[in-house]
Design a binder for this molecule. Structure first.
Ligand SMILES: [Zn+2]
Length: 468
């Protein structure tokens, strides 16, 4: 261990005390009632960055809650690292389900319980405290370092992409390290290298110009529910795979390391179905197939369907329209635009004569994220995680969508390496959120080591390796 690493571990009580102060701030972003707490959290983070020796620390207006930006770029030739994190938290409700009050951080069994401690207060504070230790003990950082800490992650980051676009020049860097994101499982070191994109649609199919009596008109009038059900049933094959022509156009082959991880992930297919309360399918797909489908294949899911009468009793009606909400998860290489075009074209082709189709897309959506398997910063991160966690991390993908890496790739042309020390089982977004203090210790050592190793690499070696 380096002197910095030893010093950070020795400093654990003070760091923990600051973390507890940070967790006492109820920085819930979605509810305007918490606005004063948001301001306090922004001040707290800014003050920590100033104490860590950052000469530039600013509040950035975004049109929503402000972001906090800091930079210290005084190491010529060394890489520039942009650290991403967020200082907002989810609402603590339901309060009665908490064993200790959500904004009174409580230590129990080497864990700290508080709303936001795992997502993302402890993982972010680790990065700041490591920078502070370098400043204090070595008089400077091993790399050029910038921080962009937003406050709207828990509300879908509505102002994030335009803010990054506007600050493109100031945010220029060689790699993004995300202090947000989580390890897949507590018992298995992993690094997340891919996540699916997302695009959302609403479809309305109309028949007659008004609702009709099903006795008087049944058998002769168009029934949009019947027609829509047939159309939707034609979008997947018997195994649930999307068969819309052009839907997967451009999709690229997954990182072979992820396929390797899937083979070694020890995933129990039967337990999966039991866990979601579903009957076991026959035949039961093997674990590899299931994980491939969760992580690496595109989806088209119907999220809600409506039309006609859904209330108590019966109503003899033929509705004038039927609607469905659809979201698609995209894999690397697919784009929201192409998927939208393919789906609309297929639905128009499937629309029977006598019906009208309205196809609406909700928002721009986001492309999938897939880090370049050869990214040098990823390799350094894996090396450090292997040393600190005691086993080489598996490269894993995620079925869900994190839009941040796509924004950084588009606007800054760089990849995002997830380097968070929270774990997916730490009940973030739920009552009794906690963070393991063992992860605090490992995180401090790992961040210090990673920054040191990045500092030993010429900036040019990292550049041009944008996440694909
Ligand atoms: Zn988060």
């Amino acid at each position: 261990m380096t002197g910095i690493e030893t010093a950070l571990l020795a400093d654990e009580p003070a760091i923990l005390s600051d973390l507890m102060d940070y967790c006492r701030i109820a920085s819930v972003s979605t509810d305007p009632a918490f606005a004063p707490e948001i301001a306090r959290a922004a001040d707290f983070v800014a003050e920590e960055l100033r104490r860590a020796g950052f000469p530039v620390v600013e509040r950035i207006e975004t049109g929503g809650h402000p972001a906090v930006y800091a930079e210290r770029c005084d190491v010529p030739g060394a890489p520039t690292v942009l650290v991403y994190g967020h200082y907002d938290v989810q609402p603590p409700d339901p309060l009665e389900a908490w064993a200790s009050p959500p904004f009174e951080p409580t230590l129990l069994d080497d864990r700290l319980y508080a709303r936001g401690v795992s997502d993302d207060k402890a993982p972010l504070l680790i990065a700041i405290k490591v920078a502070a230790a370098f400043a204090r003990l070595r008089g400077g950082l091993p790399v050029n370092m910038k921080f962009l800490i937003e406050d709207e992650e828990e509300t879908g980051s509505p102002h994030f992409a335009p803010t990054v676009a506007r600050l493109r020049d100031r945010l220029a860097c060689d790699v993004v390290l995300s202090a947000d994101g989580a390890m897949w499982r507590a018992d298995l070191p992993s690094v997340m290298v891919a996540g699916r994109g997302l695009v959302a649609f609403e479809v309305r199919l109309s028949g007659a110009g008004k609702d009709l009596h099903s006795g008087r008109h049944g058998g002769s009038a168009p029934n949009p529910i019947r027609a829509l059900a047939r159309m939707l049933a034609a979008l997947h094959d018997d195994e649930g795979r999307v068969i819309v022509p052009g839907f997967a156009e451009g999709a690229s082959a997954p990182d072979p390391a992820i396929l390797e991880a899937i083979r070694h992930a020890d995933f129990d297919a039967a337990a999966y179905f039991a866990g979601i309360g579903a009957a076991l399918p026959d035949p039961l797909p093997d674990a590899e197939t299931l994980l491939r489908r969760q992580w690496l294949e595109p989806t088209l899911e119907f999220n809600g369907i409506s039309g006609g009468y859904g209330g108590a009793g019966t109503k003899t009606v033929i509705p004038s329209d039927a609607r469905v909400k659809i979201t698609c998860r995209l894999v690397a290489g697919q784009t929201p635009d192409r998927v939208a075009r393919a789906l609309e074209a297929e639905l128009r082709r499937l629309t029977p004569t006598g019906y009208r189709l309205e196809f609406t897309r909700h928002g721009p959506g986001s492309a999938a994220f897939a880090l370049d398997p050869a990214d040098p910063a990823l390799h350094l991160a894996e090396e450090v995680l292997g040393e600190v966690l005691g086993a080489a991390p598996l490269r894993v993908a995620m079925g869900a969508t994190i839009p941040i890496p796509d924004v950084f790739r588009r606007e800054l042309g760089v990849g995002t390496v997830f380097f968070s020390f929270s774990t997916a089982d730490e009940d973030y977004h739920a009552p009794n959120e906690f963070f393991r203090l063992s992860s605090l210790r490992r995180g401090l050592v790992a961040w210090a080591r990673l920054l040191d190793r990045l500092g030993g690499m010429p900036a040019a070696a990292l550049r041009g390796k944008a996440g694909a």
